[in-house]
Design a protein around this ligand. Structure first.
Ligand SMILES: Nc1ncnc2c1ncn2[C@@H]1O[C@H](COP(=O)(O)OP(=O)(O)O)[C@@H](O)[C@H]1O
Ligand SMILES: [Mg+2]
Length: 257
């Protein structure tokens, strides 16, 4: 909450009203009050029938996300604070750029990124040790403010942690998404990925590693199938196909605590 006098509260209300007016129909918009950034997040409007069908009821999803944020905060999980809310919007405190935002920044500096990836690995291990999951665990779900990692975008109902299924899937998602962004941006993210996985491994989740290794080895055929598609498409195109084989190889052979 804004820890300042009444004037800051009225400025907050004014900025919020203006931001809501200029961002009608938008999913997120940020605004600044007294040098502090806030994020307005609104109910998602799905344009196509297909999206409405696959993503489900937006109001229910929005309610689930708020419940998850409050539940996580009570359990001591680092998430943004909800500082204001209405029937179809919430305002969150700023947690800094996501790991993906950092990588996509033209001025990205490996020396700045490595501590963020290491902290993200520790944060995911701590979340899993508490018996919880994020529900997805991609690079864009971790925010870094320079000192702390916080989890955002808790839209899918987070399932309890289980090393062989939900824990494994979050590690696989992270490794895949890292390769995906690396191919899309043309950046070498191997040091960042190693920093993340090493830090995660120090959290003592050897079972997640062995489950992810076994999962990848069972899919060796998928690697063979996807590799030619990746080779045949131009640089930075089809990053999903390009990322599949190296992700499987990485998980099968380089996943060591
Ligand atoms: N609390 C926050 N702190 C920092 N950035 C945020 C925050 N909330 C949202 N963002 C930014 O807005 C983007 C979209 O928010 P997100 O919660 O992921 O929405 P969506 O459900 O549409 O994916 C994020 O990728 C991030 O860049
Ligand atoms: Mg998101």
């Amino acid at each position: 909450m804004i820890a300042s006098p009444i004037s800051a509260h009225s400025e907050f209300d004014r900025e919020l009203t203006e931001t809501r007016a200029r961002s009608a129909g938008m999913r997120v918009a940020s605004f600044i009050v007294a040098g502090q950034r806030f994020w307005l997040k609104q109910v998602e409007h799905h344009e196509s029938w297909r999206k409405r069908h696959t993503k489900g009821d937006s109001h229910q999803a929005f309610g689930r996300e708020q419940d998850a944020l409050r539940k996580m905060a009570v359990l001591g999980v680092p998430v943004p604070e909800i500082v204001a809310h209405g029937p179809d919007w919430i305002v969150l405190t700023d947690c800094g750029p996501t790991l993906e935002d950092m990588i996509r920044n033209e001025d990205y500096d490996h020396a700045e990124g490595l501590p963020a990836f290491e902290a993200a690995g520790q944060a995911l291990a701590a979340l899993h040790s508490a018996g919880l999951t994020h529900g997805r665990g991609k690079m864009k779900d971790f925010c870094w403010d320079g000192t702390q990692i916080r989890f955002i975008d808790l839209e899918t109902d987070p399932a309890p942690f289980c090393p062989g299924t939900t824990g494994r899937d979050e590690l696989v998602n992270f490794v895949y998404h890292c390769h995906f962004v690396a191919f899309q941006t043309g950046r070498d993210l191997s040091a960042e990925l190693r920093a993340f996985v090493r830090a995660y491994g120090q959290g003592g989740h050897a079972e997640v590693f062995s489950a992810a290794r076994a999962w990848a080895r069972r899919r060796w055929w998928l690697g063979w199938l996807m590799a030619p598609v990746g080779w045949l498409t131009p640089d930075r195109r089809s990053p999903d196909f390009k990322a599949a084989s190296p992700t499987l190889v990485w998980l099968a052979y380089y996943l060591n605590a």
